[in-house]
Design a protein. Structure first.
Length: 103
């Protein structure tokens, strides 16, 4: 796979994964959350967001390793990508919690 294509794939995957917890009421869009009546609680969405961050990171790591050289990353890299993942989840958060739903 071309490096440019794999970069765009990781970006698209990150945008989709960052918004996934806010656009559905299932755990990881697979398992129903029957214990809680109604909406999934915010703490569960945040835990799901953290797990999805690591899944996207593992996919990006595998794509980087398959492309050739794998570069060691320090804590700064993970802090920046974690903040970027949170920023990418902002549209889902706005739709779920800040936008008024009429009807």
């Amino acid at each position: 796979m071309d490096v440019s294509l794999s970069s765009w794939l990781v970006i698209l995957l990150a945008v989709l994964a960052a918004n996934l917890p806010f656009f559905n009421e299932r755990l990881f869009a697979l398992a129903p959350v029957s214990k809680f009546a109604g909406d999934k609680p915010l703490w569960m969405r945040l835990i799901e967001l953290i797990v999805l961050y690591f899944i996207v990171g593992a996919i990006a790591f595998a794509l980087e390793a398959s492309a050739g050289n794998r570069f060691e990353q320090g804590w700064e890299f993970y802090a920046i990508t974690g903040c970027l993942f949170i920023v990418l989840s902002f549209p889902g958060f706005v739709v779920r919690y800040l936008k008024k739903h009429h009807g």
